[in-house]
Design a binder for this molecule. Structure first.
Ligand code: ADP
Length: 462
């Protein structure tokens, strides 16, 4: 099961794989960088050691050979060099003898007087120049190391070549240093890989969470889709029922008796509630899926607010509430989506009526400055505490209490209202005191260039 889960996870969660790869890539890059630095460092060291070996030979040429007339003295000098230079593996002085060369001084005294043939000797002798060769493996000394083999002609005071110097300088110390650095890097890489593997193995929960997250996203998408489809499907029958109900109540199918009329009115109220709920759900899914179409147009705010107030007059009167309007006639025209603007005011007025038992409701329109209008809906209703206010604009949030019991709602109205206001470039605020009343107010730009852009974008999306 775990194996299946992991393989499913690996196939699905590219982000986690991507993350792990990045974690592994970092030490790999560090190692590659170290390897390339060490190898370029090693090359430089090789070259400088070659120069060192050469200059050692040249020093021997100019300072020692010149004053050494007999080979015993020369051998003494060579032995002094052997004592003082531990990286020299071989140091032979040879003189030409016909086609070959005879050893006249050497670190290895057993070689003295012996003849030696070597292509490098012949070339260095005839060309009268130094030859440097990098050799590796087991060379003369019997140890497995890299060596610079230098062959160079030695001259007397008059500049005549008299002998050959063949020396081998070991690169062992530098090679060991480079090897050591690389080994440390590999150890770091291995530890990092081990830690990553351990982390992944110990955190199988991470896989599970990644899986769960994916599934939740999928379920959420399916839920949105379902709500959207279901709401659409519910809309048509609700409209049909509403139509027939109003025809019945108007007596199109014969006069209803008192009980029948009462029953149909209850039915009408229920269907209206159902219709509002479906509208709310549709709005939520439109907003969440960025499908809300915004139509920017000139809106005569004074006219719209007054017509809305007229629509609410009767409801307020029926509830015994006073309705105060403060809508200046010269309230400027704004550039907004009229339907959305109306919906925002309707939601706020609807709540004010719903959550006010006595007193009054006010609708105030005000030009705040050259950029903004403020629309305020004030009531003397049940109010709310600061704690309740904090969550007010959350989706599905409803204040549960003695005073709200029996009041029907979904907790979606204010969430939708806030989204609409913000979509039109405004902000919404609330002030409230428990048992005293509330005031909701929102700002809306008089001209919103963003809305043009938004409109074009939404049109393109369609
Ligand atoms: P609904 O009214 O459908 O429950 P809303 O989102 O419109 O949903 O409101 C959320 C909650 O905010 C309401 O349940 C109510 O408790 C509280 N509320 C909204 N408007 C007012 C108001 N004018 N006075 C007091 N409480 C309010």
């Amino acid at each position: 099961m775990a194996k299946f889960k992991n393989s499913f996870f690996l196939r699905q969660s590219y982000q986690v794989i991507y993350g792990v790869t990045l974690i592994l890539l970092i030490p790999i890059f560090i190692i590659l960088n170290t390897v390339s630095s060490v190898s370029s460092f090693q090359k430089n060291i090789d070259i400088s050691l070659q120069r060192q070996a050469l200059s050692l030979g040249q020093m021997f040429d100019s300072t020692v050979f010149r004053y050494t007339e007999n080979y015993d003295d020369l051998q003494d000098k060579v032995m002094v060099i052997k004592e003082s230079n531990s990286s020299l593996r071989n140091f032979d002085v040879l003189v030409a003898e016909g086609e070959s060369f005879k050893v006249v001084a050497s670190f290895d005294e057993s070689k003295l007087g012996k003849s030696r043939d070597d292509l490098n000797y012949v070339i260095a002798w005839h060309k009268n120049e130094a030859i440097g060769t990098l050799v590796s493996g087991v060379v003369e000394t019997g140890s497995d190391e890299r060596l610079w083999e230098i062959v160079l002609p030695l001259h007397d005071e008059s500049g005549q070549k008299q002998a050959l110097l063949s020396l081998q300088m070991s690169l062992k110390i530098m090679d060991e240093l480079a090897k050591d650095t690389l080994t440390k890097s590999y150890v770091i890489l291995s530890i990092t890989i081990l830690v990553v593997i351990l982390l992944l193995a110990l955190n199988t929960r991470l896989f599970e969470h990644a899986l769960l997250f994916k599934k939740l996203k999928e379920v959420d998408r399916m839920k949105d889709e379902f709500i959207s489809i279901a709401s659409h499907e519910l809309r048509t029958p609700i409209t049909t029922i509403k139509g027939f109900l109003s025809m019945m109540l108007e007596g199109d199918y014969g006069q209803l008796n008192k009980d029948g009329e009462k029953g149909f009115k209850i039915m009408e109220a229920s269907v209206n509630r159902l219709g509002n709920l479906v509208e709310d759900l549709l709005n939520v899914s439109r907003i969440e899926q960025n499908r809300l179409v915004v139509k920017a147009q000139p809106v005569d705010t004074a006219v719209v607010l007054n017509s809305l107030a007229d629509e609410f007059d009767l409801r307020l009167e029926q509830k015994g509430l006073k309705f105060v309007r403060q809508i200046p006639e010269d309230l400027p025209q704004i550039w907004a989506d009229e339907d959305k603007f109306r919906q925002v005011v309707i939601n706020l007025l609807g709540n004010a009526v719903k959550y006010t038992k006595k007193g009054e409701v006010e609708l105030i329109g005000k030009k705040e400055n050259e950029q903004f209008l403020t629309i305020m809906v004030k009531d003397s209703g049940i109010g709310m505490s600061a704690e309740e206010r904090a969550k007010l604009f959350e989706k599905f949030y409803r204040i549960q209490g003695e005073e709200t019991r029996g009041i029907i709602g979904t907790g979606l109205g204010l969430w939708i209202t806030k989204q609409l206001v913000e979509l039109m470039g405004g902000n919404i605020y609330v002030d409230s005191i428990k048992h005293v009343g509330s005031q909701f107010y929102f700002t809306i730009p008089i001209y919103n260039p963003q809305l043009h852009k938004l409109e074009v974008e939404t049109k393109n999306k369609k």
